[in-house]
Ligand binder design. Structure first.
Ligand code: NAD
Length: 418
């Protein structure tokens, strides 16, 4: 994890929220309601490892707001997570579902484990234990987890199974499930697909030609790898990608399909060693490359006060959650770099999660064309609302998006009463 300094993810998400609340001139009590979480749960998770060692992990769930619908947000398995981390990410989910105008609130949670050092059986036990202990606060009408960093379809399947023990068949308790268990076609690639759509719309709005534009993507996981593939499909030149081990650079454009296939074969192999042509590149260097579009698609806080002044891209599309600290955001916007905020740029994932949840409620499976069509319709509407607000009010895209989201959540709170 990068040095979070004084600008931790929570301080940054609060700063972004404060700017919108100031503009909307909200009363102190409403500000308090919008800022703080509705509920926070922490559970102890003892696990006897396969070698007999007893380890105790911590499981977290922060439910930020549910005025507009059930809490919704991913589960992250990573050794350095803590409650503050999830407080920030849960709030981001509230604003994201509100910008997308889908009937959910915001939550986030996870376990402070390193999934790479656990066996499949250990991970299954840990995930099921987590579900048993969170049983009363999650559910298809309460709080619906989904994959995030370090989790994917297998963890969602285990949650679905553990939840069914007490509640019966309830596939809508999680999204991002395997297709065979009620997952939606198009969900795996939805976030990356959405990132590419928003990038294309933003380029059009800003007068930047996407065809032939150079793109650097930090993080070649679920989001980054799919975004790379879709953007290459739209004619962009993906010149750099990276993972936690480092990156790969090629001026004339990387062979994205070869890199994508290499990742599909072996997720743990460093992307720079996948055998595709290109030169090795450090993660920090990727962020300050002379490219048209920079897409941070890994973790929080990678753009900060120490490097945002050196970013040479004309546009930053935030595929990760909170990849720019508040200091970085101010520096980038001050230098007229176009920043497309996370709550719009990566909303494609939660939108298709919503479509999965609807299919689960209907006990139906839609074809992928319908899913992708609805994704484009819902995300397109969100983009148009944010971009027209930015244009009309003369504010940056992040402030416009927060403004829209906060207005919607505040209205729902007031309509429901106290
Ligand atoms: P993932 O675990 O599939 O991939 C993460 C990638 O980032 C991997 O390539 C990893 O090697 C790389 N990485 C990790 N630490 C890094 C570091 N310090 N420097 C450079 N690269 C690093 O995760 P994901 O699902 O692709 O999520 C990536 C980001 O997108 C996260 O911020 C997540 O919250 C956000 N997001 C994910 C989804 C989704 O549907 N998966 C939806 C919305 C937002």
């Amino acid at each position: 994890m990068p040095d979070r300094g004084i600008h931790s993810p929570l301080e940054c998400s609060d700063t972004f929220l404060d700017a919108a609340m100031d503009r909307l001139e909200l009363a102190p009590a409403m500000r308090q309601l919008l800022r703080g979480p509705y509920r926070e749960v922490m559970v102890e998770l003892p696990l006897v490892r396969d070698d007999g060692e007893l380890r105790v992990y911590s499981g977290y769930r922060v439910q930020h707001d549910n005025a507009r619908g059930p809490f919704k947000g991913g589960l992250r398995f990573h050794p350095s997570v803590d409650m503050d981390h999830f407080r920030a990410l849960a709030a981001v989910m509230t604003w994201k579902t509100a910008v997308a105008d889908i009937p959910f609130g915001g939550a986030k949670g996870g376990i402070d484990c390193d999934p790479h050092e656990l066996t499949k059986a250990e991970l299954e036990t840990l995930t099921k234990r987590f579900t048993e202990k969170m049983d009363e606060v999650i559910g298809p009408n309460r709080d619906i987890p989904a994959p995030d960093v370090g989790t994917g379809a297998p963890q969602m399947a285990w949650i679905f199974d553990a939840y069914a023990v007490r509640h019966g068949y309830e596939p809508g308790v999680v999204t991002g499930k395997p297709i065979q268990l009620g997952g939606s076609l198009g969900r795996t690639e939805a976030t990356g697909r959405g990132v590419s759509m928003v990038t294309a719309w933003a380029c059009e709005e800003e007068g930047l030609e996407l065809e032939g534009a150079s793109v650097a993507i930090q993080g070649f996981g679920n989001v980054g790898s799919h975004a790379a593939r879709f953007l290459a499909g739209l004619g962009a030149r993906v010149v750099a990608v990276s993972d936690v081990h480092g990156g790969l650079y090629r001026e004339e454009g990387l062979d994205v399909d070869a890199l994508f296939e290499a990742r599909a074969r072996d997720r743990d192999q460093p992307i720079a060693e996948a055998g595709a042509p290109g030169e090795p590149l450090a993660n920090d260097e990727l962020l300050t490359l002379d490219v048209d579009i920079l897409i941070p698609a890994a973790i929080e806080g990678v753009l900060h006060g120490g490097n945002a002044g050196e970013v040479r891209a004309a546009m930053v599309v935030e595929a990760a959650n909170l990849p720019s600290t508040c200091e970085a955001h101010a520096l980038l916007v001050g230098r007229h770099v176009t920043v497309i905020p996370d709550i719009v740029a990566n909303a494609g994932g939660v939108i298709v999660s919503y479509l999965e949840w609807v299919q689960n409620r209907e006990r139906m499976r839609w074809d992928v064309e319908r899913v992708n069509g609805d994704l484009e319709r819902i995300l397109g509407r969100a983009w148009r609302e944010v971009s027209s607000r930015a244009r009309e009010e003369g504010v940056d895209y992040r402030l416009a998006a927060y403004d829209l989201a906060v207005s919607r959540v505040r209205e729902a709170i007031e309509l429901r009463g106290f």
